[in-house]
Every structure is written in structure tokens, then in C-alpha cells.
Design a protein around this ligand. Structure first.
Ligand SMILES: [Ca+2]
Length: 326
């Protein structure tokens, strides 16, 4: 017996201030194991949860229609988004940095389990880390930003919207030093390795912040299966729920930490692991040239901080900041 059942969820968002409703999303499952009783729970801010049991009979289609109400979201005209911060659709604050296209989002504080028991030896032991709220760039630093601040561009692949690459860890620190001089008081810095993984995961425990499969990675980033062996303009793939793009792939990203070959003795409070010093600094997230496995949220890589990468244009960075949401 290989009978197939279909469970289709049609989610409709009804805006409270009007009678209009809008199809929000449709979740579609096709599986041979769906026959039987299913508990459906829908949650939406501003409304009570919907809890319902659906019985799916063999070879039959069952459709559940539920309507939930929520307060309308506020959208601002682009002309209003000129102040330091603004609330955009979805409620997420976006904070303008001092270079064109440089946008930060607040990363809420919390704790998470860092590392993986199914990855490389250096991803263990899995341990709990407490992270204070901080801010992170939504994208990798672009060549336009680099040129605007540094007046140069040594990237292998050329393009204003492409991530800057072939930058050493010390080059990244020089960029950040100049950024702090230009826009003092913001505490610009590289993310710590634990902050980076926490921000990448955004609460997920899957291999990628979009799921476990290669197709999930393909939604989130540029890797060797879809990149055509080059970098791509930042921000084209799906962001994670905190608004961060290209945490998987495109270019590897420098972190503040010196590389240590296991997590034994790692800070548990979100600080960078800077003592004892090592020979290499940490890179995260994989690149356009990486196999899917090397784009996982927990993958760790290391490189000599003095050298600007392999001259293949696969090492860049993004900036974190100490400022919090206003
Ligand atoms: Ca990246």
C-alpha cells in the first residue's frame, strides 16, 4: 500500500481595519505518511491561536480554512525613512550606517546551543552561549562601501554591489577603525564567532537557517551549486528572520576571534575568543566556491589574518556594532 494523502493549508491574513483579506501563504505537503489525525496550530501576533484537529483519510484530500485577525502593519513612505531608524513592514528596525547601503538590524539578546555534534571536530563540544543584544549589518560589506571609505578596491571580481573580497583580517580592522573615526560612538567591530553563529541561526537548529537540504541552502545563499563560480550582488537571496542576507555562502566572513581547534575553554558570554592568541583568525559561512556542507551555520574555517585570502575572491566580512535598537 502506498496511498497518498494531501494536506494543504491555506493561510489568510485578514487586516482588521478593512474588510479586505489577502492570501498570506500556502503551505503544501505531499507525503505518504500524512494519513491519520493531525493537530493544527496557527499562531499570529494580535490574535488567539487556532488549534484544530484534522483527520486525513487514505487517498482523500482534506482542506482546512482558518481565518486569523491581526492589527494592520505600518508601512512608511520611503521619504520618511531618513532618520537614524525606522520601523518597516514586519516591525523590524533598520538602522542606517554611515556608508551608502550600509544597513544594520538589531539582533535580540538570548542564549543558544553553539556548535554541532554532527559536524567537524572543531564544531564540538556543543555548548550554551549567552548573547547580549547587538547590531549586525544585513549584508556583507560591498565594494562601493569599501571604496567610499578606503579609496581603493583590490577585489578579484569587480562590481559596486558585489561583496569586497581579498581583504585580510587586518584590512577589515583598518576599515572598521576608519568607520569608527567617521561615525564615532557606534562601536563598530567584527562580530565574535558566537555572535556570528547566533545571528546566522536566528533561532534555527537546522544545518542552514532555511532548513537541512541543498535546496534550502539554494534559497539562502550562493554556493558552488548555483554561483557560476563567482560572487553575486549582496542581498539577492532570502534573508533569515532577523533580516540578514548571505550568511550562507557568497564570501566567507571574518570574525574577531583567533581560531581554536575545539570549543573547550570558549567564552560562554558572547565575547570573542582573543586569549590565548593563535596563528589564524576565524572565517564563517562558506563562499560561492563551497560545497553545501561548508556553508552550514556551524562550519568553522581559519586563515592567516595577514593575508587577503586565496586570491580567488572568497573572503570578505560584515560589520557588527555595539549600539542597540533606539
Ligand atoms: Ca557570506
Amino acid at each position: 500500500m502506498n496511498q497518498k494523502s494531501l494536506l494543504t493549508l491555506a493561510l489568510t491574513l485578514a487586516v482588521a481595519a478593512s474588510t479586505q483579506s489577502q492570501a498570506l501563504d500556502t503551505v503544501f505537503y505531499e507525503d505518504t505518511t500524512l494519513t491519520g489525525q493531525h493537530n493544527l496550530q496557527l499562531a499570529l501576533a494580535g490574535d488567539d491561536d487556532v488549534v484544530k484537529t484534522i483527520a486525513v483519510l487514505p487517498a482523500e484530500t482534506e482542506t482546512a480554512n482558518e481565518t486569523m485577525k491581526a492589527e494592520p502593519k505600518v508601512e512608511l513612505d520611503s521619504t520618511e525613512v531618513e532618520s537614524d531608524s525606522a520601523t518597516v513592514s514586519g516591525g523590524q528596525q533598520r538602522i542606517q550606517g554611515s556608508l551608502s547601503g550600509m544597513i544594520f538590524v538589531p539582533i535580540p539578546g538570548g542564549s543558544f546551543r553553539m556548535g554541532s555534534n554532527n559536524g567537524d571536530n572543531d564544531e564540538a563540544p556543543v555548548h550554551t552561549v549567552q548573547i547580549d543584544e547587538f547590531s549586525m549589518m544585513t549584508t556583507e560589506v560591498t565594494q562601493q562601501m569599501w571604496k567610499e571609505l578606503m579609496g581603493s578596491n583590490s577585489s578579484f571580481f569587480k562590481g559596486d554591489d558585489l561583496p569586497v573580497e581579498d581583504v585580510s583580517w587586518y584590512d577589515a580592522q583598518e576599515f572598521i577603525k576608519k568607520l569608527n573615526q567617521r561615525d564615532p560612538g557606534k562601536g563598530y567591530r567584527l562580530p565574535s564567532e558566537s555572535e556570528w553563529e547566533y545571528a546566522c541561526r536566528a533561532g534555527t537548529i537546522t544545518q542552514f537557517n532555511t532548513g537541512d537540504g541543498e535546496s534550502d541552502l539554494g534559497h539562502a545563499g550562493w554556493y558552488n551549486g548555483n554561483s557560476d563560480s563567482k560572487t553575486h550582488p549582496v542581498g539577492q537571496k532570502a534573508p533569515n528572520v532577523w533580516g540578514l542576507y548571505d550568511m550562507h555562502g557568497n564570501v566567507w566572513e571574518w570574525c574577531e576571534d583567533w581560531y581554536h581547534s575545539t570549543y573547550n575553554g570558549a567564552p560562554a558570554d558572547g565575547r570573542a575568543w582573543v586569549s590565548p592568541k593563535g596563528s589564524y583568525c576565524v572565517l564563517r559561512g562558506g563562499s560561492w566556491g563551497s560545497y553545501p556542507r561548508s556553508c552550514r551555520s556551524t562550519i568553522r574555517y581559519w586563515y592567516d589574518p595577514r593575508y587577503p585570502g586565496s586570491r580567488y575572491g572568497n573572503i570578505g566580512f560584515r560589520v557588527a556594532a555595539s549600539f542597540r535598537s533606539p
